[in-house]
Design a protein around this ligand. Structure first.
Ligand SMILES: *Cc1c(COP(=O)(O)O)cnc(C)c1O
Length: 223
């Protein structure tokens, strides 16, 4: 199994163009089974549940950068704020407010992405473009000194229809470009487009992804 993890990682890395970072999604994978990926040089990992991340983080090396990629309740922010490297799934001003507050409390500036809803499935979280624009125009945002907005994140519809997936990624890229032009023209930190998972990362990369989040293709099927 550990051989597979290393081989899987190496195959994916070879495929990714320079400038596209890989988040190894270790959700449901026990800490000892995450280690082979670490030993193969992987340092960027993703988790989608606060509870699981809090339990796993102390069991693994300190130089891992943890990205939080799941729906985050405000009352859970305080548990991950001391160490999380990026929260990719910010979908409200209220959540951003709490991340800022906890960042202040722990003396950190916490990197965040705004998650947009680009899929046709209703179950997927995220902002509409309208909501994103509203959030970014809020005067409250300019007073948040302990968060840094680094870009956008989105999940495409789970489907075999590649053209549909491609169109959704293209939509997210379009959101990114217009938000950058409107709100971040002089801010080089706003540069990430997190899109692409095991089933669709090749399309995402073709459409301009800078961060792919891959679990199954590295660690195998989740049980
Ligand atoms: C689980 C998950 C992934 C990885 O999915 P795979 O299909 O296993 O690569 C990526 N992003 C998010 C938000 C996830 O929850």
């Amino acid at each position: 199994m550990s051989m597979n993890v290393r081989n899987n990682l190496e195959k994916i890395r070879e495929e990714l163009p320079a400038g596209v970072k890989l988040v190894a999604v270790s959700k449901t994978v026990p800490a000892p089974e995450v280690m082979p990926a670490y030993e193969a040089g992987q340092r960027l990992f993703g988790e989608n549940k606060a509870q699981e991340l809090i339990a796993k983080q102390p069991l693994l090396p300190d130089d891992i950068q943890w990205h939080f990629i799941g729906h985050l309740q405000t009352n859970k922010v305080k548990y991950i704020a001391p160490f999380v490297s990026m929260i990719e799934s910010v979908d409200s001003l209220k959540l951003l407010d709490e991340i800022n507050k906890q960042g202040e409390r722990f003396g950190r500036i916490i990197n965040c992405l705004l998650q947009f809803h680009i899929a046709s499935e209703e179950t997927k979280f995220g902002l509409s473009l309208q909501e994103g624009l509203q959030l970014l125009a809020s005067p409250r945002l300019s007073r948040m000194d302990n968060i840094k907005l680094c870009g956008v994140m989105g999940m495409a519809t789970f489907t075999d229809d590649e053209e549909k997936v491609r169109a959704e990624f293209r939509t997210l890229k379009g959101y990114f470009v217009s938000l950058r032009n409107q709100f971040f023209a002089n801010d080089d930190d706003f540069r990430e487009i997190s899109m692409g998972m095991t089933g669709d990362y090749r399309i995402a990369v073709e459409e301009g992804s800078t961060l792919v989040r891959i679990g199954t293709a590295i660690f195998g099927e989740r049980t």
